[in-house]
Design a protein around this ligand. Structure first.
Ligand code: SF4
Length: 328
């Protein structure tokens, strides 16, 4: 069974002049222990997807329709208190800035022990031992001493290690990590990603890794979901998506990153910018920028269609009668 299922998720932001649809009919799932990358440009809906799953959508944003299921149970309609419990126990969260997850007034040991004891039936002493062990797992040197230090006594990279330890404290099944290395020094970003991957595997947690960085996705993830203008453009095994992108937008994204594999065809980068939420074109949202657009693409929105080993929301993968239509 899937650990997480996101079904036809629609997130809207009511607005003075109407309603902005930030996520539009997005569906995917995550298997136990799997690392799913979610990639796309700024504004594509990556962080909103993560926020909807962990119950932290910024008001007035709201789930307008669709479902989110964790281990088969719906969690999209739970109240704030129930979601707070799920966030601590069953879903861990890691954000871009470690300081948003840490309280500057308490030692990291106090914060770890509090999280552990809120969610696991452990004594104070057992929780302290677990806190030290988590810090050791996340590569904090001298964890027995560091556990009594305050967040400001750690460097940015070390703080993010502490946040990873905190996210894993209650043995969650899923970690949602939203741009976990973007605020860190470039020289330590790779270390943190390697650590995140290793330690989640060790603790049996699946990861939804939200990033704009295809290089990180390539090195870390099992599968990748590509978002464009709040819609799922393509989803599939990471090496398939990278080496044989089925959606022209994915192909454009691949062309924008340094060559990370030998056999990938070089493709031209795509001109133009992603539309704003109040100006999403009809049909395929990508059609104004798509070098392969068909007449149909201007009026009809493609569903996710099987495209070799991946699935892509693109008419090029519909039956031959559609793909043989005249280019626009
Ligand atoms: Fe391009 Fe049409 Fe495919 Fe959209 S549906 S990506 S416009 S070919």
């Amino acid at each position: 069974m899937s650990l997480l299922q996101v079904k036809n998720l629609v997130v809207e932001f009511p607005h003075r002049r109407g309603t902005l649809r930030a996520l539009d009919d997005v569906s995917f799932d995550i298997a136990p222990g799997e690392i799913l990358g979610v990639v796309g440009e700024s504004g594509a809906g990556k962080s909103i997807t993560g926020a909807a799953i962990i119950g932290l959508l910024e008001p007035p944003g709201r789930i307008a329709s669709g479902q989110i299921l964790l281990e088969g149970e719906r969690i999209d309609h739970l109240g704030p208190e129930q979601m707070r419990r799920i966030r601590g126990k069953r879903i861990g969260a890691i954000f871009q800035d470690p300081l948003t997850s840490l309280n500057p007034l308490y030692t990291i040991g106090q914060q770890l022990v509090e999280t552990i004891r809120t969610h696991l039936p452990l004594s104070e002493k057992q929780a302290q031992e677990r806190a030290v062990s988590l810090l050791r797992d996340t590569g904090i040197p001298a964890p027995e001493q560091r556990v009594d230090h305050f967040p400001h006594q750690f460097s940015g990279g070390m703080r993010q290690r502490v946040v990873i330890a905190l996210a894993l404290a209650a043995e969650p099944k899923l970690i949602v990590a939203d741009e976990p290395t973007t605020a860190l020094d470039v020289s330590i970003q790779a270390q943190i990603i390697t650590l995140l991957k290793g330690v989640c595997k060790q603790h049996g947690a699946a990861v939804m890794l939200i990033t704009h960085d295809m290089g990180v996705i390539a090195e870390t993830c099992d599968r990748v979901a590509v978002l464009y203008a709040g819609r799922l453009a393509e989803i599939g095994p990471v090496h398939e998506v990278i080496n044989h992108p089925a959606h022209p937008y994915t192909a454009g994204l691949m062309a924008a990153i340094p060559d990370i594999t030998q056999d990938r065809e070089r493709l031209n980068q795509i001109d133009g910018a992603m539309p704003r939420l109040n100006a999403i074109p009809p049909g395929c949202a990508f059609h104004p920028r798509c070098p392969q657009a068909l007449e149909l693409c201007k009026s009809d929105r493609p569903e996710l269609l099987g495209a070799g080993a991946t699935s892509a929301a693109c008419w090029l993968h519909a039956d031959k009668s559609v793909t043989s239509r005249e280019p626009a």
